[in-house]
Design a protein around this ligand. Structure first.
Ligand code: SAH
Length: 244
């Protein structure tokens, strides 16, 4: 009787940790958003699979707890890391409404890290991760966070940069950053990390402002020091290159 909240990484098997695979092996029931359950269903078809649509997050947690209370070992799967815009927090909140149950969070490679590796080394130094989804956070607070991160010269990594209803949010975010950073600031974005159609792009902040991305994209906005080296996006850590 236990719930694992498992990070699957960006999507492909080889970017899943051994600990995540062990947890999936150990469980009787696998539950999660249907897109994520689909990622692993071929490999774990002998398990009971319960997939739920997006926006049913709390319901998914209740299902997991109820299965666990029946005596099952349950894995709730999330993409990337379950503690980064994932289900780990909600799982604890929902589970406290029931008899005590053991929860183990199994970390995974979050999109900031898997995407950064494709672009080069944009995060290397201090960075801020901000989601542009205003489903759970008021847009004014998101704007404040973008402005503060921009003013403090953090590299900024944006999750949930777009959706059908929020097609101009990335543009609005870039405009806020442009108040504090040069138009030529080096940026990048990566689509479909670890999945079919994976592609990374390096461009300027001004160009990023005019770019449409979808929700399977992670965006990187460089700080004042970030540069392009041989097509890769690199933020220097501050080593004096002539002393290396
Ligand atoms: N828990 C996940 C994040 C979920 S929020 C993690 O740690 O990675 C969903 C957002 O994450 C997407 O809108 C996108 O910005 C980013 N993301 C997740 N997986 C991705 C992938 N394979 N490729 C590109 N971006 C991804």
């Amino acid at each position: 009787m236990k719930i694992y909240v498992v990070g699957l990484g960006p999507g492909e098997d080889r970017q899943m940790t051994q600990r995540a695979l062990d947890a999936l092996e150990a469980c009787d029931v696998i539950t999660g958003y249907d897109v994520y359950v689909d990622l692993i269903k071929d490999r774990f078809q002998h398990k009971k699979l319960i997939s739920t649509p997006m926006k049913k997050e709390a319901e998914r947690c209740h299902i997991a707890v109820e299965e666990a209370l029946k005596g099952q070992t349950v894995a709730m799967v999330c993409s990337g890391d379950p503690g980064v815009y994932g289900m780990a927090g909600l799982m604890y909140e929902v589970a406290q409404q029931y008899d005590p149950i053991e929860i183990e969070v199994v970390p995974g490679i979050t999109a900031a890290c898997s995407g950064a590796a494709i672009l080069g080394a944009p995060l290397i130094h201090d960075f801020a991760v901000i989601s542009l989804s205003d489903l759970l956070t008021p847009w004014e607070r998101i704007e404040k966070r973008i402005e503060c991160a921009a003013a403090a010269d953090f590299v900024i990594c944006l999750y949930n940069p777009s959706s059908k209803k929020r097609s101009d949010y990335l543009k609005r975010a870039c405009e806020l950053v442009l108040k504090h950073r040069e138009a030529g600031t080096k940026c990048g974005f990566v689509k479909n990390i670890g999945r079919e159609g994976e592609a990374g792009y390096v461009l300027t902040l001004e160009e990023l402002r005019e770019t449409q991305v979808d929700m399977f994209t992670t965006v990187f906005i460089g700080n004042s020091q970030t540069r392009e080296i041989g097509g890769k996006l690199v933020t220097p850590r501050g080593y004096q290159i002539d002393q290396l």
